[in-house]
Ligand binder design. Sequence first.
Ligand SMILES: [Zn+2]
Length: 165
Amino acid sequence: MAMPLLSSSDAAHVSQACETYSITTAQFNALLSRSQSAKATAYCPYSRFRVGATILTHDGQFIDGANVENASYPVGTCAERVAFGKAVTEGHKSFKALGVATDITPPASPCGMCRQFIREFCDLSTPIFMFDKDGSFVVMRLEQLLPLSFGPEALPPPSSLPAQG
Ligand SMILES: [Zn+2]
């Protein structure tokens, strides 16, 4: 599926995207600038591949994260999961959009593990703005990145389960 690469410096591209995904231009600009700035906080001495992620909540707040690597490589954590971990543990429950920024072009999408992690906390219609090194972007909804997905509603609510010893 080829998605158009849009320009964040093209007012028509930005306004069209904001209208389609129901965010303001100011929120778009904050997702762009904050996710790009968050790259500077990445701990990535092994890959040198910096990723910044910024979440917009439904009440207009922003939470930033960056990738955190580990000498035992698989232990490292992506920017998106760092940001959602921060947001959830800070009490945020309702998320409107996500921005992800890298130093490459075309933009990189969240990895498979992160798509599932995001799925736990976001509606399938949530837009994910993926910014390249120049601020150009591709935007897709979560359901496009993770079709036929498995989520919390597929499991019985914890309150319906018998108590464990
Ligand atoms: Zn990931």
